[in-house]
Design a binder for this molecule. Sequence first.
Ligand code: NOJ
Length: 558
Amino acid sequence: MTQHSSAPQADGAVGPRVRAARPDAAPSARSGASGWWRDAVIYQVYPRSFADGDGDGMGDLPGVRQRLPHLAALGVDAVWLSPFYASPQADAGYDVADYRAIDPMFGTLHDADALIRDAHALGLRVIIDIVPNHSSDRHEWFTRALAGDPAARERYHFRAGRGERGELPPNDWESVFGGPAWSRVPDEPGLWYLHLFAPEQPDFDWEHPAVRDEFRSVLRFWLDLGVDGFRVDVAHGLVKAAGLPDMGSGEQLRLLGTAELPFFDQDGVHEIYRSWRQVLDEYPGERIGVAEAWAPSAERTALYVRADELHQAFNFHYLGTDWDAPALREVIDASLTSLGAVGAPATWVLSNHDVVRHRTRLGGGAPRARAASLLMLALPGSAYVYQGEELGLPEVTELPDEARQDPSFFRDNGQDGLRDGCRVPLPWAEERTADGGTSFGFGGGSSWLPQPPEWGALSVAAQTGDPDSTLELYRTALRLRRERPELGDGEPLEWLTAPEGVLAFRRGAFVCAANTGPEPAALDFRTGALLLASGPLPAAESGRTVLPGDTTAWWAER
Ligand code: NOJ
């Protein structure tokens, strides 16, 4: 028996019980889909790097559409697409020039419509990114503003500089990508505009009613096209403290997500999400909003998911936690308590397009990454899977500088400057393309970021059917999540007393234990029949289950 093949046999009582209704295709069929998002597994597609339909080396919507069956077979409930809007790509599409158009490099509106329809037909919901904190500097409003139109200027933050001739920025805020958060307006000495990210991403002034109206209209545009929700980029940034006061500290980047800042997590943002919730609720089928909110605590994060605001918020406190049992237990408890207090489901995430892939970040290679994934998928609530983590992809650390595109790489002291390494295109096939390109079935001859030569062995084709592969581990785990009523939003979590370094809990008849330490640990509690394990388990010792280091296992009492 392989390490993770015992699930169906061991659990004879499990039938095809499915807790939450799946979308059943067309939007009209979604009206009875009560609480689908409370335990959904949501797969992040980074369109540049998922699949390339036209062979130009850059991923696109037709490519995503062709590969949807992979996601259906994987067993996820929904797909979240990072931005595909018309954009000069100064920040890989998080600089939007037109919120109602698709960038030609990704396809057309027709492609987006077809993708949404195909996904629904496969039982997958579709969540898209919305970027409301800033536009591109090529957005029509900003080009008008730069040209001097006073009405357009009011929709952004234009301010006179300090110093005798306005030669100094209006305040001391720093860009998340490094350097000052202000740039000078060309040809207008002394005038500056605010950009918390790249200079090509001017921040909107959300006090202006036109900005609020425009975004409600953009939401409706995409909801009318059938999307099931929005991932809200920089959800914590829209409102700035009145008067744009100085920070008075040169350590702003270090404080992101851990302290109160005059440009992040201001109370005023919540009124915006209450108005967005009203728009979402105009549509049938529970369309959702997911906050990318870097707030200083689990309690502050929970404010974004109160009953009349958004539905979910990413759990960055969990993502930022080391592979360490006490630390994990603390963040899990804090998350469940604070989110439970507002009636929202917890979410769990280990990787995304902004952080070092967890296989590399957690420091223990494939075994630890697999153990971390299995722990995450056993926790109560909803989980996010970043494309390629189901293949166990590591971070690519050896990219040539000339291939890099992350704007933070090009600015001094930016937010680590290393985001390209998690954005390398996925390997689908074992072989390179015939023309000697490097795409491993991604699409074109050469992908926009080069894939390491060893990625053929990690491809979807290479892993499919291999019971020891990470891909099959995810497939089995996601199938069990659907089948077992205790998982997802099912039974509450009860901690079990476990040896040092082991995190163990029960959810009804289901038991999960994760050994974060290096040595095998003998477990004192009754585990039941093995459902799935992230690595090989040795024989029990004196009737006690032994869990090797960097291993997570799932059992069930019946
Ligand atoms: C968060 C996104 O995930 C990231 O990729 C982007 O650079 C910033 N927001 C700015 O939009």
